[in-house]
Ligand binder design. Structure first.
Ligand code: NAD
Length: 365
């Protein structure tokens, strides 16, 4: 019997090959006249060209890095304030979109980004419009109210409705240039979103449906997208799966595997997707239960063990780091402790304390 739930998804989504060309129409429809683009280096030359061709693009911050820094937020905010922007367009992977979200949330105030980052000031009620254009297939940031920003040694997830984009333009063509290893990292991030949304303590029926479809689509397409990046069908299917993955965890939130990804990125510098993939097959085994068996059967697998093996095989194919020895010198006490105290660990269906996490990592020695 279905349980009570509240479902809400406020982002208008344009999906399909070539849909990026709709950006001009979207700006017109929303009455936006002064937009700042935040993007990474791979897109910066195109963004500059866009600025030259469209007077509504008033500035470009093209220096967003992986595990994006607060300094990038500060620079994007400065550009938005100086130009009197009405919108920020994040074009890129999750790093660019999360930078755009944070800057848009604070640009109309005169507060310092660091105060909002540390929670010393509440985010202002008024914000700039956020348009999200993903160029990787992984984070689903285009449909979440999450911004993940790093400062000094800390990588922090901030969950706040002010970060919700108004519009997402998901054009798979934009992802056709993603290098193979990033394709695998980001694809497994999408897998982690779907599985964690599904096994989250706060899972709910509509998100579950999308999770199942995301897992099926990733199992069917990620290997091809990795081995043949020019295969637009595989890219399109992965872009769709990533979007579904984002919708799968947007309300239920992620769990143990994402909790562990933070120390793995902060202390061992793994990119986000690789950090999630590091423990994903372990958590499939740990969280195996009747519901997860059902998901496996629905996506054509014999059960959770086959799912864990398929994930491990994808990691191996791309040479992702998956053993403790791949991380260099590991402080196992600190790693287990930091994973155990991360807030998302409370969302894992199986309680994982420091000792249980230590035992999980020891199996990866
Ligand atoms: P990313 O944005 O860091 O990009 C990875 C690399 O790929 C970068 O060097 C980037 O410049 C490059 N790149 C991006 N698109 C490209 C393209 N089309 N062609 C060539 N190169 C391209 O990676 P990501 O995995 O998309 O995002 C990771 C970040 O998103 C992490 O900080 C993670 O914590 C965060 N995240 C956020 C959410 C959310 O809901 N806000 C969800 C999951 C992850």
């Amino acid at each position: 019997m279905a349980h009570d739930f509240i479902y809400s998804q406020p982002v208008k989504i344009y999906f399909g090959k070539g849909k990026f060309a709709k950006l001009g129409e979207v700006l017109k429809e929303l009455g936006l006249e002064r937009c700042v683009i935040a993007c990474g280096r791979h897109f910066a030359p195109t963004a500059k060209e866009m600025q030259g061709n469209d007077s509504r693009i008033v500035a470009v911050f093209g220096g967003v890095e992986q595990n994006p820094q607060l300094s990038g937020v500060i620079e994007t905010t400065r550009l938005a304030r100086e130009t009197g922007a009405d919108a920020i367009i994040g074009i890129g992977g999750g790093s660019a979109i999360d930078t755009a979200k944070f800057a848009a949330a604070i640009a109309l105030s005169d507060g310092e980004a660091i105060d909002y980052y540390h929670g010393e000031k509440p985010f202002p009620a008024e914000r700039l419009t956020i348009i999200a254009v993903p160029t990787t297939a992984g984070t689903g940031s285009e449909v979440t109210q999450v911004s993940v920003i790093s400062h000094e040694t800390e990588k922090k997830t901030i969950n706040n409705p002010v970060f919700m984009p108004k519009v997402a333009i998901v054009d798979p063509v934009l992802s056709s240039t993603v290098p193979p290893r990033t394709t695998m990292n980001t694809g497994l991030d999408a897998m982690a979103h779907a599985l964690e949304g599904y096994w989250s303590k706060n899972h709910q029926p509509i998100s579950d449906l999308m999770a199942v479809e995301a897992v099926r689509t990733i199992l069917e397409n990620l290997e091809t997208a990795y081995t043949d990046g020019s295969n637009l069908e595989a890219r399109s299917n992965m872009a769709y799966a990533s979007l579904l993955g984002g919708l799968s965890f947007a309300l239920p939130k992620t769990a143990g595997c994402h909790a562990c990804s933070y120390p793995l990125s902060e202390d061992y510098h793994l990119p986000h997707g690789e950090a999630c993939a590091f423990t994903l097959d372990s958590f499939v085994r740990i969280n195996a239960d009747e519901r997860l068996e059902l998901l496996c059967r629905r996506v054509g697998l014999t059960g959770t063990e086959e799912l864990a093996q398929r994930i491990a095989a994808l990691k191996k194919l791309a040479g992702l780091r998956s053993r403790l020895g791949d991380l260099g010198e590991v402080n196992l006490d600190k790693l287990a402790h930091d994973c155990a105290v991360h807030g998302l660990m409370n969302n894992n269906p199986v309680q994982m304390d420091e000792a249980a996490l230590r035992a999980m990592f020891e199996k990866l020695a």
